[in-house]
Ligand binder design. Structure first.
Ligand SMILES: [Ca+2]
Ligand SMILES: [Ca+2]
Length: 292
């Protein structure tokens, strides 16, 4: 009986481990986006410590689901997020091993075919669905000529068609079919939704990160949380935890606060006072001696 119980327990553990390994996309997790001490340079590469301590998300077969196509071809991708009072910063490093036959022309707006990055953001975490103005749906791709492009569908675009977001700054690199995309989306990019996103400490929004993966035949959409549902998507809060490059403290000669021990001024008696006291003492002495 004891042996059977241990066997049951062991198999239960194996089952729960298997479930954990295949958990895929996560729902309603709470994550913090730290604040960039120094804004990263938007050039498509991570230089030095400019993305150190950023929120780091691993998107791959184990952490995502496929909402279209298949999960098997999911590339290993790492997304980074930071913010400051100027706006939000994003970096993606995608180890894509399959070239896409679809390459977007520049200034196209709707960058949602082929390979690339998307994120779906609900400023109001109680919202779901795809009503224009309720959500931001960004697309970032390496477009024709290796040029980075960024567009949005439900605030800047019309829902069915995306539009370029001229205020956003984006850069990329390519290495075979792998690519990086670095982006800065200033505050003005977050002001036009039905509920604007105020880029300050404590702001929370719902977000699902997406890797678009074209394997040469079909496009798969690899997602790390729920699809078009802010209520169940993971929640991200802007905090003042420090990330990115931090300037070294200034190396000027340290000014040491020297405590000067000022000795108490020696007590001085006015010569007149001393003479007066002596006179009193002497007079008292005289009086005492007279009494005798
Ligand atoms: Ca950079
Ligand atoms: Ca691909």
């Amino acid at each position: 009986m004891k042996k059977l119980f241990s066997l049951l327990l062991a198999s239960l553990c194996v089952v729960s481990m298997a479930v954990a390994a295949n958990a895929g996309a996560t729902m309603d997790e709470k994550r913090n986006i730290p604040m960039a001490a120094t804004a990263p340079t938007i050039d498509g590469v991570i230089t030095g410590d400019e993305w150190d301590n950023a929120l780091t998300l691993k998107l791959n077969k184990d952490t995502c689901d496929a909402v279209a196509g298949v999960l098997d071809t999911a590339p290993d991708a790492t997304f980074y997020w930071m913010w400051n009072y100027e706006g939000l910063y994003f970096f993606a490093d995608v180890k894509d091993s399959t070239a896409s036959p679809v390459v977007h022309p520049v200034n196209n707006g709707s960058y949602n075919s082929g390979d690339g990055i998307q994120f779906c953001i609900y400023p109001d975490v109680t919202m779901s669905g795809n009503a224009t103005g309720d959500l931001y749906f960004w697309s970032l791709v390496v477009a024709e000529g290796g040029k980075a492009e960024i567009g949005e569908h439900f605030v800047f675009g019309t829902g069915s068609a995306g539009a370029d977001v001229e205020d956003a700054v984006v850069a990329c690199t390519q290495n075979g079919s792998s690519y990086t995309i670095e982006a800065f989306m200033p505050c003005v990019c977050w002001e036009s939704s039905n509920m604007p996103i105020t880029v300050v400490e404590g702001t929370t929004f719902a977000m699902t990160n997406v890797v678009m993966e074209h394997d040469g035949t079909t496009q798969s959409l690899i997602i790390d949380s729920s699809w078009f549902d802010g209520t169940t998507a993971n929640k991200y809060t802007l905090t003042t935890d420090v990330a990115g490059h931090v300037d070294a403290p200034e190396t000027e000669a340290e000014v040491v606060d020297t405590v000067v021990d000022t000795p108490a001024a020696p007590q001085t008696f006015d010569a007149g006072v001393i003479a007066a006291v002596a006179a009193i003492v002497s007079a008292a002495g005289y009086a005492i001696s007279k009494k005798r």
